[in-house]
Design a protein around this ligand. Structure first.
Ligand SMILES: Nc1ncnc2c1ncn2[C@@H]1O[C@H](COP(=O)(O)OP(=O)(O)OP(=O)(O)O)[C@@H](O)[C@H]1O
Ligand SMILES: [Mg+2]
Length: 215
């Protein structure tokens, strides 16, 4: 697939005929310098944006012809997202942030709460369930982010520089947690990173240079 951005006169080929297939349950790193297209790639595979050319197939389904609502349904059901800046909603506490991923899954309120608390336990934050994001450390916020990304048991999680804003100890914990959960739940992780601490713990690394992918 390819992605071309246009900004006035400027044409940017952010991804140039990238071909990538992901194996189930793997932790795959996308490395490459700033501006090489990592976030663009994650956004396309995460159905947050559309390729200018080429196709994306997720779980046997061709995605380029899906409309907005269908893409959203795919995202809610099968995908999870972890962000560099955690992206928690400040007005919701930890467990409510995790529950955001469970809306549209036809669960009762009680079941939703139980499921979210259970996920917080798995990331070691049960005792912070009713804390607001501002009352949590960076590493704790990112663990809530991971809980939110995984609570609906997605098949594929996109993590865009998940450890960039964390100290070494928190970053190492986060990586360990992703590894553990990927093996336990069989989730595939696609993780963009510059972080050598993260790279050495991955099953596979692909590298982008100026929009070109080297596997
Ligand atoms: N919405 C957009 N409109 C125009 N150009 C864009 C847009 N988003 C990204 N670009 C350009 O596409 C290229 C790839 O950007 P991208 O954000 O994917 O890089 P990245 O590898 O994630 O970089 P970083 O490591 O700094 O996050 C860059 O040249 C960027 O300026
Ligand atoms: Mg980026």
């Amino acid at each position: 697939m390819s992605k071309r951005y246009r900004k006035g006169e400027l044409v940017i080929d952010a991804l140039k005929q990238v071909e990538l297939s992901l194996d189930k349950g793997q932790l795959i790193a996308v490395s490459g310098p700033s501006g090489s297209g990592k976030s663009t790639l994650l956004n396309l595979i995460g159905l947050l944006d559309q390729p200018s050319a080429g196709t994306i197939e997720l779980f046997g389904k061709r995605c380029e012809s899906l409309n907005r609502a269908e893409r959203q349904r795919m995202r809610r059901k099968y995908l999870g997202f972890i962000f560099q800046n955690f992206n928690l909603l400040p007005v919701l506490n930890a467990v409510e942030n995790v529950e955001l991923s469970l809306y549209g899954h036809a669960l009762s309120k009680e079941k939703m709460r139980e499921t979210a608390l259970n996920m917080l336990r798995q990331v070691g934050l049960l005792n912070r369930a009713y804390h607001y994001p501002r009352e949590l450390s960076g590493g704790q916020q990112q663990r809530v982010g991971i809980a939110r990304a995984l609570v609906h048991q997605p098949r594929l999680v996109m993590a865009d520089e998940p450890t960039a804003n964390l100290d070494t100890k928190s970053a190492t914990d986060i990586i360990e947690l992703m590894r553990l959960l990927s093996h336990e739940i069989g989730t595939t992780f696609l993780v963009s990173t510059h972080d050598p601490r993260l790279l050495k713990n991955m099953d596979r690394e692909v590298t982008l240079t100026d929009g070109v992918l080297l596997s």
